[in-house]
Every structure is written in structure tokens, then in C-alpha cells.
Ligand binder design. Structure first.
Ligand code: 6MZ
Ligand code: ZN
Length: 347
């Protein structure tokens, strides 16, 4: 590893946009493939390598394959444990994982046991002394419609109350070309009213203007992507004004957007627009397994593409702490960690 990469690796980081099944590493994928050889799935079918790009539709085909490989409580526990440890090795000090609870009739997996398996993995890592604070967001897959969204919120509510602060909120994700946010509003409003935080994928593709307006009125606590919100991308100034007025942080996933072809190149990424506005932006991975990246690499790409100095990179990672869903005490602990690490890293 060269000196430059070492800096990004050592940089303490916060990750708030990581889909569990999109984050499964090559090593873990090998384990899963060995457990289920009859599926005939090969590692190269579940990841998009260096220099490769796919359409977003093709990315969603990849998730279908991964879901076949991860369909028991044991699988969920394995992937959650491995993903948490990998983020910890990458010096991520605080992680919000998100995942869509799935039921699998064949294996007896239920949505409830799915969430329990993730929570057990988080607790086990904590018990084992893995140096990372992990929380969980329960994901709504937009394609499943009104009723499933409402059930998911109820499940999240239950776990928010019983998980000792591990379940903090709701993620809205899934294929952006399917379904409409309008149908999901009652569930999202319920979530907000019962104290669940909201991180919503918004304007990941163009032509979602009307939906974005609707969702922004909630308003969400964070926005995933927001690629097409601003006027230069076919969005609108009132949308930008609304995001700025409510100071809603953007979760920025550079490689995901470039490899998924919603953004033409790193240098044309909307991070530039929002960063120049001074708006809170959090660098994230989205799906580190599928897109073959890690958070250190994403910070390094942001720095090299947008000419950020080491001080600016440090500030970016430190300010991410303000955008987490955990409460003030956790933020203070993290800030303390950043303060302790800084002198050894920035001379
Ligand atoms: C690339 N951009 C993206 N846009 C929208 N949703 C995405 C996504 N990447 C991942 N997901 C969502 O996360 C699920 C996989 O993890 P889990 O099974 O939930 O852990 C996908 O099925 C999709 O719903
Ligand atoms: Zn995402």
C-alpha cells in the first residue's frame, strides 16, 4: 500500500449507507458458494470489477443472485458478522447497516428472525471487542408496495423498542424505476411519528421529480444519492432550497453511481455541486461487495477527483459524525475518538 492509501485507511470513518447483501466481500461469497454449490453461482457473477460498468437494472439482477445465496438465519448471521469486521478493519468507527427483511419459506427464515440474526451478529461483534459501533436500519423495498412497507415499519418499531438502541430507523431503497413513493407515504409518516429516523433513496434516477417533492415534505433525516435533485441534472431550485432549508445530509456513493451508470464519470458526480454549496455530505460505499470498493477507497477517490487537501478530507470524515442517527452521547464519544487520532495522522 502506498503512503497516500495508508492515510485514507488510517482515517477514522463513519459509514451510514451500506446495504448488507450488497456489502458481502469476495471471501464471504466463497463461503456462501461452498454452502450452496447446486446454485452454480460463481463469484464473478456477484460483483462488478475494476473498470466494469453495468446498468442499474443489471445491478438489481446481481442482488437477486446474492439473495439466493443468503437465505437462512445462519447465512444472514455470517454475512452481517463478516461485513461488520471488514468495516472495522477499514477503520470505520461507526456503521449504520441497512437490510431488507426477507421471508424464505423453504428455509423457515421469517422477517423477524432475519432482523434478529442481524442484531445477534451486531451484539456478538460488540461482545468480541470489535472496535466499531454498529446500528441497524430496517429497509423497505419500494417495489413491494403499501402494505409490506407498513408491516416493515411495524417490525422496525418493535425492534426499536426491544433492541437497546440498535435499530434506529428506516431505509427506503430498491429499484428506483419500480413503484412510487406516493404509496409508501403512510408507512413513512408512521415511522417518523414513532421516532424512527428516515434515510430515503431519492432521485437516484432522473424522472423522479414529483416523488422527490413528495418525500422531501416528510422531511427525511438523510437522502441517499439525490443525484438528480439539482437543476443542472434536471432537478429544480425549489428542491435544492428545500434540502438546504432542512439541512438534510446527502449520502454520497461515488463508485456505486459511476458503476451503475447513473453518473457519467467521477468528475461529473453531484458531490461537487453539494460540497461547493457547503452542504453536509457523507461519503459512503452503498454496496462495497458488488461494486468492489471500501470506504477508504471512496474517500481517496473523492480527494483525488475533487482536489481535497488532507485537512479537507479530515473535516469531511469528522463532519459525518454530525449526520449519524445515534444520539448526542454517541456523537460525543466519536468526536473524542477523532480528537485522539488526529495528531498522529495530520502533522
Ligand atoms: C445501487 N443502488 C441501489 N439503489 C437502490 N437500492 C439499492 C441499491 N443498492 C442496493 N439496494 C437495495 O439493497 C438490497 C440489497 O441489500 P439487502 O438485501 O437489503 O441487505 C437490494 O435488493 C436493494 O433493495
Ligand atoms: Zn443504496
Amino acid at each position: 500500500m502506498d503512503d497516500d492509501s495508508v492515510f485514507y485507511k488510517k482515517l477514522p470513518k463513519v459509514e451510514v449507507h451500506a446495504h448488507l447483501n450488497g456489502s458481502v466481500s469476495a471471501q464471504t461469497m466463497e463461503k456462501l458458494i461452498q454452502r450452496k454449490p447446486h446454485l452454480n453461482i460463481e463469484r464473478n457473477m456477484t460483483a462488478i470489477g475494476k473498470g466494469q460498468r453495468r446498468t442499474l437494472d443489471e445491478c438489481f439482477e446481481v442482488f437477486k443472485l446474492i439473495h439466493k445465496l443468503v437465505d437462512t438465519e445462519e447465512d444472514i448471521h455470517t454475512v452481517a458478522t463478516d461485513v461488520i469486521k471488514e468495516f472495522a478493519v477499514d477503520n470505520v468507527k461507526y456503521l449504520e447497516l441497512r437490510s431488507t427483511p426477507r421471508e424464505e419459506k423453504g428455509t423457515g427464515l421469517t422477517k423477524k428472525s432475519y432482523v434478529e440474526a442481524v442484531i445477534k451478529a451486531i451484539q456478538q461483534c460488540k461482545y468480541d471487542g470489535v472496535d466499531i459501533d454498529v446500528r441497524f436500519l430496517v429497509a423497505i423495498d419500494r417495489r413491494n408496495g403499501t402494505e409490506v412497507a407498513m408491516e416493515t415499519v411495524k417490525l422496525a418499531e418493535e425492534f426499536m423498542l426491544s433492541s437497546g438502541g440498535l435499530v434506529l430507523g428506516i431505509d427506503l431503497s430498491g429499484d428506483p424505476k419500480v413503484g412510487h413513493g406516493r404509496c409508501l407515504l403512510p408507512a413513512l409518516e408512521r415511522a417518523r411519528n414513532c421516532g424512527l429516523k428516515l434515510s430515503l433513496h431519492m432521485s437516484e434516477v432522473s424522472s423522479q421529480l414529483e416523488e422527490s417533492e413528495l418525500l422531501l415534505n416528510l422531511p427525511p433525516d438523510r437522502i441517499g444519492h439525490g443525484t438528480f435533485l439539482h437543476p443542472e441534472m434536471g432537478g429544480s431550485q425549489p428542491l435544492v432550497d428545500q434540502v438546504v432549508k432542512h439541512n438534510i445530509p446527502l449520502e454520497i456513493c461515488l463508485t456505486s453511481n459511476v458503476k451503475g451508470k447513473t453518473v457519467p464519470s467521477y468528475s461529473q458526480h453531484h458531490f461537487r455541486y453539494w460540497y461547493q454549496l457547503g452542504h453536509p455530505c457523507v461519503i459512503c460505499t452503498d454496496d462495497k461487495g458488488v461494486f468492489c470498493t471500501d470506504l477508504s477507497q471512496e474517500y481517496q477517490l473523492a480527494a483525488s477527483t475533487f482536489s481535497l487537501s488532507p485537512d479537507a478530507v479530515w473535516e469531511l470524515s469528522e463532519r459525518a459524525v454530525d449526520c449519524i442517527f445515534a444520539g448526542e452521547a454517541v456523537k460525543q464519544q466519536l468526536k473524542q475518538k477523532w480528537t485522539e487520532i488526529k495528531p498522529g495522522l495530520l502533522k
